[in-house]
Design a protein. Structure first.
Length: 374
């Protein structure tokens, strides 16, 4: 036995005589050549290349890549030159196709290639620039991309809002009418339009195993300074139109809120007055009923009191008469008292000499002679 060499197991590629140990991390793939036949080793595993002619070539990343596209000068549909800055997001979709058609995999001198995918990256960026230029060439800068066109749409919306406010009936609650939706003001930043550019690019890149996820424009400015100055004026006009539109919408909404508040106030006031009248009527009816019931009960009590008093008087008279009847002296005294009360101070009487004649005169008016003088 003879000691030759120590190998570190931390390395991703370890060559031991005719054998090669390859450890591939997740998110990567390993390109190998087995007697000239390409074999792809998946990530997340350790692989053993079992003979001298099965060689490791390079690692390829499967991660999403984001690259800046070079600043380009592109002409719009109306021949206006614009300077455009943009980015592209892409990834390797099919490692086998990309390694076979677009990536450098064959090394010379027995050395493995770098993990960088320089050639594939250049191909992707060139195709992205071509698709972006094609998209910009389809944009009519004067009609749709120009910011003044957006200002015209804003002014139309503001005029619609003003017409709605001016035609409102004062007796009708105002209703806000939203203007019809318009197309995207700047088509270069339209997701739908950019999607078309991505589809155009993928029609080529998918052929060598690459998928472009998105192409994003960061800035697009005309190179002509005069045109830039015109755009500045258009921007000021657009801002003014937008301010007018915002003011008109605010006034319309304020009128709507005020009308709704007035309507609610009148409704609440009417309900409160109706409830107050109902409560007053209910209270008056109850008080009248209570008063009538109280008066009726008082009359009943007075009638019952009168009845009981009359009964008591009658019973007293009956008892008095019974007592008088039981005593002859009392009867005679009462008779004299009643006879005296029948005489008036102006009455005149003539009496005879005999006492018996007195009773005939007092008790028998038919036999008494009464003379009345003035």
């Amino acid at each position: 036995m003879k000691f030759i060499k120590i190998y570190s197991l931390d390395d991703h590629v370890i060559t031991i005589g005719p054998y090669t140990i390859v450890t591939v991390d997740e998110g990567y793939a390993a390109i190998t050549q087995d007697n000239g036949s390409q074999k792809i080793l998946d990530g997340g595993h350790t692989h053993l290349l079992t003979h001298q002619k099965w060689k490791f070539e390079k690692f390829m990343t499967l991660k999403i890549q984001t690259d800046d596209l070079e600043r380009i000068r592109a002409a719009s549909a109306d021949n206006i030159i614009m300077s455009v800055n943009s980015t592209v997001v892409w990834r390797i979709k099919d490692v086998k196709v990309a390694a076979r058609l677009a990536s450098e995999t064959m090394s010379t001198g027995g050395r493995s290639l770098s993990a960088d995918i320089t050639k594939l990256r250049k191909d992707v960026l060139k195709q992205a620039i071509a698709s972006l230029a094609s998209f910009i060439g389809s944009v009519n800068y004067s009609d749709s991309f120009h910011i003044a066109a957006a200002a015209q749409r804003k002014m139309a919306s503001a005029e619609t809002a003003t017409q709605v406010v001016n035609t409102m009936d004062v007796n009708v609650s105002p209703t806000w009418v939203e203007p019809a939706s318009t197309s995207v003001e700047n088509p270069l930043f339209d997701p739908v339009g950019m999607s078309e550019a991505v589809v155009h690019a993928n029609a080529i890149t998918n052929a060598y195993g690459v998928e472009i996820c998105s192409i994003n424009i960061i800035s697009a400015n005309p190179e002509d300074p005069t045109l830039t100055s015109s755009l500045s004026s258009g921007a000021v006009a657009s801002a003014s139109a937008l301010q007018e539109e915002t003011t008109a919408r605010g006034k319309a909404k304020a009128m709507k809120i005020e009308a709704e508040a007035g309507s609610i106030t009148l409704q609440i006031k009417s309900e409160a007055e109706a409830k107050a009248a109902l409560i007053a009527a209910d209270t008056y009816g109850k008080s009248t009923t209570v008063k009538a019931e109280a008066e009726g009960r008082a009359e009943i009590l007075r009638a019952e009191g009168t009845k009981k008093a009359e009964i008591l008087r009658a019973e007293g008279s009956i008892k008095a008469a019974s007592l008088l009847e039981s005593s002859k002296v009392a009867v005679e005294l009462e008779r004299i008292k009643q006879s005296a009360s029948a005489l008036r101070s102006s009455d005149k009487f003539f009496f005879g000499q005999e006492p018996e004649y007195m009773s005939n005169i007092v008790m028998n008016t038919q036999s008494a002679a009464v003379l009345t003088t003035d």
